[in-house]
Design a protein around this ligand. Structure first.
Ligand code: SF4
Ligand code: SF4
Length: 386
């Protein structure tokens, strides 16, 4: 796999079709990624039911443009994803997300099949360094290849979500929350994601950074126009470059730090050839990061110290999720999605038991009403990065 990352300017979604075609031409043409008669899964970020302008999901125009390119090669495109970890993987929930995100309409217009199969298959991955077994949604298992259509966003738990993290969506529904429960430590979670990305091995990754998400992503941050489409064969290489554009330092990014620990390359910008736009010209000044992460405080760089203080650090250095009662509609999504059952209904509103909370922020990510607020301790306020 090569370590090249390709960048084209794309100031708005009206121009995606033309700009994506030029990006793919730079990358050797669509024939390198889809062949006649093949079934190709297009895997967008469909975190939750959110409108395109909220920048939560991959924009539907990116899906449509890629679907048309796949079809031109005589291959058959299918859109498939399992939404965020608090959602059951059911046809009803997929229907809501496909419709709200604009994916259903885009797929119908572009002749892309929409997946409604909510079964999954257990697989073994002997080469996994941390995780050797996964459950993978059936359309991915049945496809000849997968094209990863990720979104540039900040992430409360993994600092950013891009190419590698997007592939977590091939794991069905609530099974995802089990990984949060087992892998509290961000670096171990990141290592699992790296194993999963190696197993899935997308043929191609395209990042929608036309309008990215900054602030408290991935579900409740703010849209930030960036005006770019990025492409790579290697999702890890793409994340390295995306992090540079977002101004996220390597040591803050658990996926890159876990890759370095595992001696997996490329985890540094020096290892990557950037083609197309000049990297220096497309960096976004003042891209707002999320309020939390031990990585942002540099704790991951001092492993013995981190281990020593971890129980205390979870409470003192990270931000606490708390339900804003007058926004909560008691839908139960956060209760289903909490990996450690720290949330219950009290007086018809969700309530988080702080002592049980492992700070995975799934509740904040998934709440459709943005009713999970984030509150920081005085120590966090004192030490938080500028
Ligand atoms: S906090 Fe949000 S996700 Fe949880 S029950 Fe209330 S509205 Fe639903
Ligand atoms: S309550 Fe805590 S453990 Fe449960 S989903 Fe929210 S952040 Fe994660």
């Amino acid at each position: 796999m090569d370590s090249k990352v390709y960048i084209v300017q794309c100031p708005d979604y009206a121009g995606v079709e033309e700009k994506l075609a030029s990006l793919i031409d730079l990358m050797g043409g669509m024939g390198s990624y889809a062949k006649i008669g093949e079934k190709i899964v297009l895997k967008p970020n469909l975190l939750r039911a959110a409108r395109p302008e909220q920048a939560v999901c991959t924009h539907p125009s990116v899906l449509a443009a890629m679907g048309r390119l796949v079809s031109k090669e005589g291959a058959h495109a299918v859109v498939a994803d399992s939404p965020g970890g608090g959602y059951r993987y059911t046809a009803k929930i997929l229907d809501d997300i496909y419709r709200t995100s604009g994916m259903l309409e885009a797929a119908q217009q572009a002749g892309i099949e929409v997946n409604w199969d909510t079964t999954s298959r257990p697989v073994s991955f002997a080469d996994g360094m941390l995780t050797k077994h996964f459950d993978i949604i059936t359309p991915v298992m049945e496809a000849d290849g997968l094209i990863n259509l990720c979104k540039m966003k900040t992430h409360l738990f993994t600092v950013m979500t891009g190419a590698v993290k997007n592939l977590f969506g091939v794991i069905p529904g609530l099974i995802k929350t089990g990984y949060h429960a087992k892998l509290h430590d961000t670096m171990r979670f990141a290592s699992m994601l790296l194993d999963l990305a190696r197993y899935v091995a997308p043929r191609l990754t395209i990042m929608d950074a036309v309008v990215a998400m900054e602030g408290n992503g991935p579900g409740s941050g703010d849209p930030r126009p960036v005006g770019l489409l990025l492409g790579a064969q290697d999702p890890l290489a793409l994340d390295v470059v995306a992090g540079e554009i977002m101004g996220i330092e390597r040591k803050e990014n658990p996926i890159l730090m876990a890759a370095e620990q595992r001696e997996q390359t490329p985890s540094r910008i020096e290892d990557i050839e950037v083609i197309g736009a000049e990297l220096a010209d497309v960096k976004v000044p003042g891209f707002k990061r999320s309020v939390v992460s031990a990585g942002a405080l540099g704790l991951e760089t001092i492993p013995w110290y981190q281990r020593l203080i971890e129980p205390f650090a979870k409470k003192a250095f990270t931000v606490r999720p708390r339900v804003i009662w007058d926004r909560c509609i008691a839908c139960g999504t956060c209760i289903e999605g909490c990996p450690v059952q720290a949330i219950s209904l009290v007086n018809e509103r969700a309530f988080i038991e702080d002592d049980e909370c492992i700070r995975c922020y799934c509740c904040h990510e998934l709440c459709p009403e943005e009713a999970v607020g984030l509150f920081s301790s005085w120590l966090y306020q004192l030490l938080k990065p500028a």
